[in-house]
Design a protein around this ligand. Structure first.
Ligand code: ZN
Length: 216
């Protein structure tokens, strides 16, 4: 009888879910708009930090994402995870892969990342975000950036990237400062020509006739 009562209670009064979540927070959640805090060096080896990273990896898998920032799973800490797998290369196809200067990156964790711009030229491509599911916009990003931070063992990580990886990094760094790509998107996308309708910057995902947008 007790078991039945407990099961009944769990259905109608589930325990509150606490971060780190196994889902991605959506726009409107204040955690996406606050500045994330650095992880103190002595906390990097702690099980709590490992748990956050492990759940970020799991969520990236579930959502098929190429990047994630800890605030997206409800944790306001400066941790980002990145991955561009060979499977993803196949999905985009050789032409898009080359045009957008994509490159393979195994699963990478960067704690307390600092970004340096290596090439100020801006490149515009469609971008999407798991925290704004179902939408996409054209976003200009610097062509090349360098990222420095610590990995999950506290060792220094350094990534020099260009093209697509540089884009993913800029997107994730914005998450750590409470920004979303809609704050940086090209607001004057002329895909719908002037005179033929409104200029729409944010569009339903997959409506760009290029390929699927990526979703960090
Ligand atoms: Zn995002």
């Amino acid at each position: 009888m007790h078991k039945f009562a407990a099961a009944y209670r769990n259905i109608f009064f589930p325990k509150p879910v606490k971060p780190p979540f196994l889902h991605v927070c959506q726009v409107g959640d204040p955690v996406l708009r606050s500045k994330a805090l650095p992880v103190p060096p002595e906390d990097i080896p702690k099980p709590e930090t490992k748990q956050v990273i492990s759940q970020m990896r799991q969520v990236m898998k579930t959502y098929d994402a190429v990047g994630l920032a800890a605030p997206q799973i409800g944790v306001p800490l400066r941790i980002i995870t990145l991955e561009f797998s060979p499977k993803r290369k196949k999905e985009f196809g050789e032409e898009v892969y080359a045009a957008r200067e994509m490159s393979i990156l195994p699963f990478t964790v960067v704690i307390n990342p600092h970004m340096e711009i290596l090439d100020y030229k801006k490149i515009t491509f469609p971008e999407a975000c798991e925290s704004l599911r179902g939408y996409s916009a054209m976003v200009p990003r610097f062509k090349a950036v360098k990222l420095v931070g610590q990995d999950q063992s506290g060792e220094e990580v350094e990534l020099e990237t260009k093209g697509w990886l540089a884009r993913i990094i800029q997107h994730e760094m914005e998450h750590l400062d409470g920004k979303l790509y809609i704050d940086s998107m090209d607001r004057w996308v002329s895909r719908v020509r002037r005179g033929q309708g409104a200029c729409v910057a944010l569009v339903p995902q997959f409506s760009f006739n290029l390929d699927r947008a990526w979703t960090p």
